[in-house]
Design a protein. Structure first.
Length: 562
């Protein structure tokens, strides 16, 4: 007898035999729901036979028959009512369990978020892609989906989404393009490190989304609920449907603040801060200025995260301030990193280590923050060093800068576009989806092994635009992304170690060595970060001007003898 646990109250599976009821009873089940009509197959027991044996065993049985492919709104309502009323745990079955899973999914549509329903079904071994519109519509069959249709639909209006829209417009101005994003404000997130060090005013890192969407591009101000790639459709909250000829997916990633016990309750107070949020970066600077003595802890979670250097950037700039103020001798600095190295590209580590030594910072590798009590000024880390038994250590702090764990957004993780780890599955060179030829992805959400930075998106946007344009014109995509990413490591106020690299850690400097030697701290790199890059972002990258970002084009090989 096959059984799939859905919740603590419900399990389901394929057709059961009369003798299976005793096994279910022994496993603690108190009720069964039959979703298979009598007579579908000659070897199946009738519901009446199942019900009689269930009654003999002291169990309850409910009959909600559903024909294959004909799950009605009424039957899903009846399933939900029965699940609430029957003594649990409950076992539901049909021929394979799919109809039972569908009924549960629809019955929970107004109780649980769509990603949670799809994720639960996926964990139980069932794919509910065929009913996402109905789940998004509160479990009811849509009567008017109000389809809109575009040449190109872009999911996400961040750095990647707006940049690729602008680059597409440059190549083909008559394209009907839509950006789907519910946000009112667009943020220049690379600036938040500087806000946390008192260099930038927070307001300079935010602009209204309406002011940045390229002229002529449609803005659909809504959240995405699900994807139907087989139907070239995106399902929005409220079950509205947007159709596309080509889809570009770049919604960024999810900061999982709830992934650390107690963090949400204490963020922005009790000395707990993070430069990963617009409203918290100013609090970082407030804490840095106010700390005269004690312990300052800076954390980094397991990869992947956006801007892998950001957690240590906050540490360096804070320590530099304390050093200049003559307070460093009275402050203990801990950098607690869930990983095993200071920085993933070894060429830059020697320069960084000099600053670790200058600031007398303690490097604690394989330390992953799991819980925090802000009022008590205590944090707990799971320490998982190689070849040793994991342990939990308690750390007291006066100030703690937290980098939250990060994942793909929920609606991406449960979609047909995702790989096993939940990221959009693309070819790392063309950024085209591996399974769907008319879908591309860029930015933080896709699974290419590059650094998740705005600089990476600046290079990716022209590649995707070029390849989408080539596809529209009937040519094979040939622009190649080399994995470029940049991380300006702010090691002190006025100097930066400018890390630029591609796939496999290959160094990819964009400026001559006499201008910026990326392996050494540089004032020129600081000038670039503070003065040059913000206007390049706002006035060039988001407007389709591909300065220093022209995509590399690899021509198809000509067969020998041609």
């Amino acid at each position: 007898m096959e059984s799939h646990k859905v919740t603590s109250r419900l399990s389901l599976g394929p057709q059961i035999a009369i003798e299976d009821l005793a096994k279910l009873k022994a496993e603690g089940f108190r009720s069964v729901i039959c979703n298979r009509p009598n007579g579908e197959a000659p070897d199946q027991p009738t519901f009446e036979e199942i019900e009689a044996e269930a009654m003999r065993l002291g169990m309850e049985a409910k009959y909600i028959p559903v024909e294959t492919g004909k799950v009605t709104d009424q039957s899903s309502d009846e399933f939900g009512t029965a699940l609430d009323a029957l003594p649990g745990p409950v076992f539901a079955y049909c021929r394979t369990g799919t109809r039972s899973m569908t009924l549960w999914s629809l019955s929970q549509a107004e109780r649980l978020p769509l990603p949670d329903i799809l994720s639960t079904a996926k964990s139980a071994g069932y794919n509910m892609a065929g009913v996402v519109r109905r789940i998004a519509n509160g479990g009811k069959t849509p009567t008017d989906v109000g389809d809109a249709s575009f040449d190109v639909v872009i999911v996400g209006g961040g750095a990647a989404g707006i940049s690729v829209a602008a680059s597409l417009q440059v190549r083909k101005p008559d394209l009907e393009i839509a950006i789907i994003d519910p946000a009112d404000i667009h943020y220049y997130q690379p600036g938040w490190t500087m806000v946390g060090a008192g260099v930038f005013n927070p307001s300079t890192t935010a602009k209204t989304m309406a002011s940045l969407i390229p002229r002529g591009v449609h803005w659909i101000k809504s959240a995405v609920a699900a994807f139907e790639p087989e139907n070239n459709a995106v399902v929005l909250d409220g079950c509205r449907v947007v159709k596309y000829d080509r889809l570009i997916v770049c919604p960024g990633l999810k900061l999982n603040w709830k992934g650390i016990e107690g963090l949400v309750e204490t963020l922005g107070k009790n000395g707990v801060t993070s430069n990963y949020r617009y409203d918290l970066a100013p609090y970082t600077w407030e804490l840095v200025q106010g700390l005269k003595s004690g312990r300052a802890v800076f954390t980094q979670p397991p990869m992947p995260i956006k801007c892998a250097g950001a957690p240590q950037k906050a540490m360096y700039l804070s320590a530099d301030y304390w050093l200049r103020q003559g307070r460093l001798k009275d402050i203990t600095i801990d950098f607690n990193n869930a990983g095993g190295v200071l920085f993933g590209v070894k060429d830059y580590v020697p320069a960084l280590m000099k600053y670790i030594e200058r600031y007398h910072a303690n490097l604690n590798f394989f330390h992953n923050l799991t819980a925090i009590d802000g009022a008590a000024k205590k944090a707990w880390f799971k320490v998982s060093k190689p070849d040793t038994e994991p342990q939990t250590v308690e750390v007291e702090f006066d100030m703690i800068h937290v980098c939250p764990p990060q994942t793909a957004p929920d609606f991406i993780r449960v979609s047909p576009l995702a790989d096993a780890a939940g990221w959009v599955d693309v070819d790392q060179s063309t950024l085209r989806h591996k399974s769907y030829d008319n879908i591309w992805s860029l930015g933080d959400v896709m699974n290419a092994p590059n650094a998740k930075t705005a600089a990476a998106a600046r290079k990716q946007a022209p590649v995707v635009a070029e390849n989408v344009y080539a596809d529209i014109m009937g040519r094979s995509p040939f622009a190649q992304y080399d994995g470029y990413g940049s991380c300006p490591l702010t090691v002190e106020r006025g100097k930066i170690v400018l890390a630029e690299f591609g796939y496999g850690g290959k160094l990819l400097p964009s400026l001559p060595k006499w201008v910026v030697n990326g392996r050494e701290p540089s004032r020129a790199a600081w000038f670039l970060k503070e003065t040059v890059l913000p206007p390049i972002y706002w006035k060039a990258m988001l407007r389709g001007k591909e300065w220093l970002a022209t995509p590399e084009k690899v021509q198809p090989k000509v067969p020998e003898g041609v």
